[in-house]
Ligand binder design. Structure first.
Ligand SMILES: NC(=O)c1ccc[n+]([C@@H]2O[C@H](COP(=O)([O-])OP(=O)(O)OC[C@H]3O[C@@H](n4cnc5c(N)ncnc54)[C@H](O)[C@@H]3O)[C@@H](O)[C@H]2O)c1
Length: 353
C-alpha cells in the first residue's frame, strides 16, 4: 500500500472545497491544513473538516505545516504569488486552480517554475474528468461527425475568464491542441460586474479560429439566451457530416450523424468519483511514477491565452493574431465603420479587391 500524501489547501471557497472534499474522499491523501484570509471561512472549514489546522494566510500555513501537496484555490490574481511560495517547500506535487493566472504571462511563469522543479501539476478542468465531454472528444476525433468546422457555445450568467476558460479548454482539446490563428471579441461592461477577483464582462461574444480554420463562437454573460429550453449552457459542435449538442456540466449529449439521422440522446454512465478527485488522483499517480505529464496545464494555458485575447481584442478594438506573446496593440484609430465616408481623409478604396 502506497503511503498517503499530506495535503493542504489555500483558499477555502467553492473551488477550495472541491479539492478538500476530494482529498478527504481519496485513499491517496490526508488533508491536514487549510488557509484562508477570512477568519469566518477558517472556522467553517474546521467544522466541516474536523482535525485540520487552519491559518490566516499561505505564509503561516507553509511555515507551520508544510505538506507533500498544496492546492492553490484562491482567485486567479493571487495564484502566482502563492504557487511560487509553495514551490519553496519540499513539495511532491501541486494543484493550481484554473485560470492558472490572471494573465497568460502569469500562468506561464507558474508552469515554468513548476517544470523547472519537475513537479507534477494538476489544473482541475472538470470537463476533462467527465464522461460526456471525454466521449464527445473521442467521437469527434474518430471522425463520427466528419471534419470539425465549428463549435458554438452559449453560456448564461458567467464570464470568459472564470467559466469560458473551461469551455475554451474543452475546445482546445477537441481540436487536439491545434494552434490558434486569431481571436476577435466584443465585451460590454454596463453592469460593472466583478467575479472571483476579476473585472468581467456583462455580455460578450468571442470569435476565434485555429490555424486550419476551425471556428469557435462563444456568447457569455448575464442575459445570454440559450436557445434550448431549460439549459444554462449549450455547446453545438458542427462537423461536415453531423453535429453534437451538449450542455456543459450536464451528463448526456445528442449525436446527429449518418448513423442517427434523427439525432440520438446518449447518456453515458458518469465516473463514480468527482472531477477534482480524478485530477488529484492522477497527480498522485504522477508523483508515484516520478513522471510529470504537463498536457493539462499546457492546454489550460492555451485556453487562458484565448481568454486574454478576447479581452485584449475588445479593449483595443482589434483582431488579436497569435502567437499572443507577439501581440502589440495597434495605434488608436479614428476610422469608424458604419459612418458615411466623407470622400476625404484617406483610407483604402474597398472596391479595389
Ligand atoms: N475547477 C473548478 O471546477 C472550479 C470550481 C470553482 C472555482 N474554481 C476556481 O477556484 C478559485 C477560487 O474560486 P472560488 O469559486 O473558490 O471563489 P470563492 O469566492 O468561493 O472562494 C475564494 C476563497 O479564497 C479566499 N482567499 C482569497 N484570497 C486569498 C489569499 N490570498 N490567501 C488565502 N485565501 C484567500 C477567500 O477568502 C475565499 O474564501 C478560482 O481560481 C476559481 O476559478 C475552480
Amino acid at each position: 500500500m502506497t503511503s498517503k500524501l499530506t495535503a493542504s489547501v489555500v483558499g477555502g471557497g467553492g473551488g477550495g472545497k472541491l479539492s478538500m472534499n476530494a482529498l478527504v474522499q481519496s485513499q491517496r491523501f490526508e488533508l491536514v491544513a487549510a488557509a484562508d484570509i477570512n477568519a469566518k471561512v477558517c472556522r467553517q472549514l474546521q467544522e466541516a473538516y474536523p482535525g485540520i489546522r487552519t491559518f490566516a494566510g499561505h505564509r503561516e500555513l507553509f511555515e507551520s505545516r508544510p505538506t507533500d501537496v498544496v492546492c492553490v484555490s484562491t482567485w486567479a490574481p493571487s495564484h502566482e504569488e502563492i504557487a511560487l511560495a509553495a514551490l519553496e517547500l519540499p513539495l511532491k506535487g501541486i494543484l493550481v486552480e484554473k485560470p492558472l493566472g490572471h494573465t497568460a504571462e502569469s500562468g506561464r511563469r507558474i508552469l515554468q517554475a513548476v517544470r523547472a522543479r519537475r513537479l507534477p501539476l494538476a489544473v482541475p478542468h472538470g470537463l476533462l474528468a467527465k464522461k460526456t465531454p471525454l466521449e464527445i472528444i473521442a467521437r469527434v476525433q474518430a471522425g463520427e461527425i466528419g471534419q470539425l468546422k465549428l463549435v458554438e457555445i452559449q453560456c448564461a450568467r458567467w464570464d470568459i475568464i472564470n467559466a469560458g476558460i473551461h469551455w475554451l479548454h474543452f475546445f482546445v482539446n477537441l481540436t487536439g491542441g491545434e494552434d490558434v490563428d486569431s481571436v476577435m471579441a466584443a465585451c460590454e461592461s454596463s453592469t460593472r460586474t466583478y467575479r472571483d477577483g476579476m473585472q468581467v464582462e456583462t455580455t460578450a461574444v468571442t470569435y476565434a479560429q485555429t490555424r486550419s480554420g476551425v471556428r469557435v463562437v462563444m456568447n457569455t454573460g448575464d442575459d445570454v439566451r440559450v436557445n434550448r429550453e431549460d439549459k444554462g449552457t449549450l455547446f453545438r459542435i458542427v462537423g461536415t457530416a453531423g453535429l453534437i449538442e451538449f450542455w456543459g456540466w450536464e451528463n448526456g449529449y445528442v449525436l446527429l450523424n449518418e448513423q442517427f439521422p434523427a439525432g440520438r440522446l446518449i447518456e453515458p454512465e458518469e465516473f463514480d468519483v468527482t472531477g477534482h478527485r480524478r485530477h488529484l488522483e492522477k497527480l498522485a499517480a504522477m508523483i508515484d511514477s516520478g513522471e510529470a505529464d504537463y498536457s493539462m496545464p499546457e492546454t489550460s494555458l492555451k485556453a487562458l491565452e484565448m481568454c486574454e485575447a478576447t479581452y485584449l481584442s475588445s479593449r483595443h478594438r482589434c483582431k488579436v493574431d497569435f502567437p499572443l506573446a507577439g501581440f502589440r496593440p495597434p495605434a488608436e484609430s479614428d476610422w469608424d465603420p458604419g459612418r458615411p465616408y466623407s470622400g476625404t481623409g484617406g483610407g483604402r478604396d474597398g472596391r479595389k479587391l
